[in-house]
Design a protein. Sequence first.
Length: 256
Amino acid sequence: MENNNIIIRKATADDKQYAITITTEMAESAKARGTGIAQRSPEYVEKKMDEGKAVIALTTEGTWVGFCYIEAWEHDKYVANSGLIVSPPFRKSGVAREIKRKIFELSREKYPEAKIFGLTTGLAVMKINSDLGYEPVTYSELTNDEEFWKGCRSCVNFEILMSKNRKNCMCTAMLFDPAEAAAKAQAQVQPVKIQTVVTSHGHLVKKRKRRFKGNFKLFERWVRFKQFILLRSKNKNNGNGEGESKKKSILSFFFW
């Protein structure tokens, strides 16, 4: 980082003094964005510090800068890096990226075989995740642990999640699969793949397969479109089949 006055490290029990500040800023930040997060108590944050499953950023003078913690699900098969928060005066300084990198490294150290996933509405966080090796996935590829999904009840978008049978919501799901990452590294997969497909007329054609990391701008447009559709369906019950037809045609453009 450019700011040498900021230290990013694994949180310890000595950092419990910051727990109330952290949870308050989490709630205020979610409120300002108009989105929701799973609410966490100061006691929960303190527990993560005791367990060595959190990363904290502080100035050399002891001012709190940022925080993130680890949660494990399904007997440690899945891990989530949750609660990423940065104090307002330190935002847009690269702190969030460094905290995410540190918590990712800690997750890999503690749970080397676990799939690491995240749910977020923030495009900046999605870009950071992408740089770490995450890929966007469907909700079906995330943990089925009911305790994880219970955390969404405090989110303002919980109604949307349930109306979609927990298959979609305002958040984008992203996943890092260590087994898949290792296989790609070993095979030295090229950034662009050529797929051979059979058309409806029986012809063989080759087309490029879009890869997320090379098309973040496209993915950004898709995220905004998805959120627009979900909010519209929440606020207006449109029984017109024409609207659904248009939606499907646009979806086919993004997922050919």
